[in-house]
Design a protein around this ligand. Sequence first.
Ligand SMILES: *Cc1c(COP(=O)(O)O)cnc(C)c1O
Length: 284
Amino acid sequence: MNFLPGGPQLDVLRLDMLHPIVSGNKWFKLKLQLQDAKQKNHTAIATFGGAFSNHIVAAAFAGKAINLQTIGIIRGEEPTLLSHTLQQAQAFGMKLHFASREGYSNKDSIKKQFSNENFYWINEGGCSILGAEGVKEMYQWIDDSYTHIVCATGTGTMMAGLIKGSKSEQQVIGINVFKGYNNIVNDIEQLLTAEEKVKRFKVINGYDFGGYAKHPQALLDWMNALYNKEQLPTDIVYTSKMMYAIYDLIQQNYFTKESKIMAIHSGGLQGNLSLKESVLKFGN
Ligand SMILES: *Cc1c(COP(=O)(O)O)cnc(C)c1O
């Protein structure tokens, strides 16, 4: 990409193109956990998410593919009309259980309700050390010449995996899509060993566009402009904000001209399904 001529080299790892359903980072985070579930003789996996969660659909699809039953604990009361995401998850055989916002926040008590079942529990967003370990596989497409690897951060699990797999001279930068999630560095460090904690990484705040999944017109305009110029589709929750941040940081000369940046397009295009048609120029 060269939307800022004369700037550092910027490449985009198009994980959104890997697979139409489990596209993006969710597959990498799930892979080792599903293998672990099989190895430990579980027949079902259970996990958590919201009505537009990429993780829920990915878990439903991947579970079906390797013959594990899937259970989704969904935040909020059961709606009369299921979101497209939840319809898709259900079509892949996932059993949905709805938990009130209050009930949902107490994950331990939900797990207790199902204690008679032999469920293998996967955290919301696939967040765990195994989840992060699976992300290291992304380095098959990122060679050592890249000086910066940039990703969006939700739970920070993908970023933790990118830190684990990075070379000592590479820096991993996470763009925080939450407003006021100030504990994220701490949460990422929970997934790292002592040696990994001293690697080079940084979380950058201030590119949340008002908060998680908030998508003011300025963001939609940016997404359309980026698509027109580079044919790069992005989603409203994660990758549009990451790409905007990179663009802005390049303009501020945050990177030297000699830098070589790899931006991780982590998928997530389902998030755009919550928009009205024709808001985006590249369809949704
Ligand atoms: C889930 C998701 C993320 C966030 O990943 P974390 O490991 O939770 O930080 C980033 N991008 C996309 C497209 C996602 O779907």
